[in-house]
Design a protein around this ligand. Structure first.
Ligand SMILES: O=C(CO)COP(=O)(O)O
Length: 126
C-alpha cells in the first residue's frame, strides 16, 4: 500500500477511548500525516496528541460523516478508520451508511474496528 497522506479518523462515543488510545500509541507514525476527524473525535485525538495535524469537521450527527464522505469523493482521503459502535442506535445512521458506501465506491482502505485499524496502519505507515 502506498503511504497515506491523509487519514480520516472517526469513533462513536463508546469507542472514543479506544481511538484516543490508538492515536497515542501510533503518534510517531501519524506525525506528518494529515488527519481529518469528526468534531468530538478530533477533539479527543488533539487532547491525547496535541502535536498531530488534526482538522476537526462537524460532529457526526451534525454532518461530519457527510463532510468526510465529500472529502473521499474529491480524492482527499487515503484511508478511513471508523471505530463504530454496533450496539447503539443512532439518529444519523443513514449518514454513517452513506460514508461507508462512499469509502467502498472509491475503494478507500476502511477499518471499522480496532483489530483492522492496527493492520491498516501498519500496512500504510509501517
Ligand atoms: O457520530 C460520529 C460518527 O458517526 C462521530 O462524531 P463525533 O466525533 O463528533 O462524536
Amino acid at each position: 500500500m502506498t503511504r497515506a497522506r491523509c487519514i480520516a479518523l472517526i469513533a462513536h462515543d463508546q469507542k472514543k477511548d479506544d481511538m484516543a488510545d490508538f492515536a497515542g500509541r501510533h503518534q510517531a507514525q501519524l506525525t506528518g500525516v494529515r488527519i481529518v476527524a469528526t468534531g468530538t473525535t478530533g477533539g479527543r485525538i488533539k487532547d491525547a496528541c496535541p502535536d498531530l495535524d488534526v482538522t476537526r469537521l462537524k460532529s457526526g450527527p451534525l454532518g461530519g460523516d457527510q463532510q468526510i464522505g465529500a472529502l473521499i469523493a474529491t480524492g482527499e482521503v487515503d484511508m478511513l478508520i471508523f471505530l463504530v459502535d454496533p450496539l447503539t442506535s443512532m439518529p444519523h445512521d443513514v449518514d454513517v451508511k452513506a460514508l461507508m458506501r462512499l469509502a467502498t465506491v472509491y475503494d478507500i482502505p476502511m477499518a471499522l474496528n480496532l483489530a483492522t485499524a492496527e493492520i491498516l496502519l501498519a500496512s500504510a505507515l509501517g
